[in-house]
Ligand binder design. Sequence first.
Ligand code: FMN
Length: 219
Amino acid sequence: MTAVPAMGPTTGQASFYEVIERRRDVRAEFTGERLPDDVLTRILGAAHRAPSVGMSQPWDFVVVESDETRQAFRDHVTLERDLFRDSLPSERRETFDRIKIEGICESSVGIVVTYDETRGGQHVLGRHTIADTGLYSTCLAIQNLWLAATAEGLGMGWVSFYREDFLRDLLGIPAGIRPIAWLCVGHVSHLETVPDLERHGWRSRRPLDEAIHRERWRA
Ligand SMILES: Cc1cc2nc3c(=O)[nH]c(=O)nc-3n(C[C@H](O)[C@H](O)[C@H](O)COP(=O)(O)O)c2cc1C
């Protein structure tokens, strides 16, 4: 069994670890059904409750429903996909050809998450040694969104095959604010149980034991 059915309206009862287990990066399983406003507000609320360095909350969310905007973005992503494909050695190219990398037009909605490094002023508590902590905070908001969407029985896919300037221009995002992710969010027919990249032979997951180091780094 490689797929689990989309969760129904009783999703609030799904346990935390079950949600983590079910979460998948979704590209091909979107149905395109409209997302009710209250659900959208709930998952954005979950994202907005993420921890952030110095409580800076450096993120914003641009919700994109327009077909025209989504098609323009999809066309740009297709070009970038082709560039990446052309950079691959032939055997990797064959594997990559089997992999869908986005569901921009098929999803219910696009959510672009941005990062504003000026949010919180000049003295962001906890950021003076590590500038990237603002970026980390934004990624935590994305992960909250991903898990909340999964708990709602939805799917989400992260698209990063784009040039930041293109997306900034497309959505009128001010200079200096970075678009961190285009997230495809929406109703799904089902969720796969194995990541697409693994199913298509691109890369496998590492065992947990390999990732754990005790006391000191183990080579
Ligand atoms: C920062 C980031 C960028 C990603 N960009 C893409 C992307 O452009 N296209 C895509 O298909 N998946 C993208 N993914 C999804 C990963 O491929 C996916 O998380 C990974 O293969 C593991 O699969 P799973 O999320 O289903 O467990 C991205 C994930 C992250 C965290």
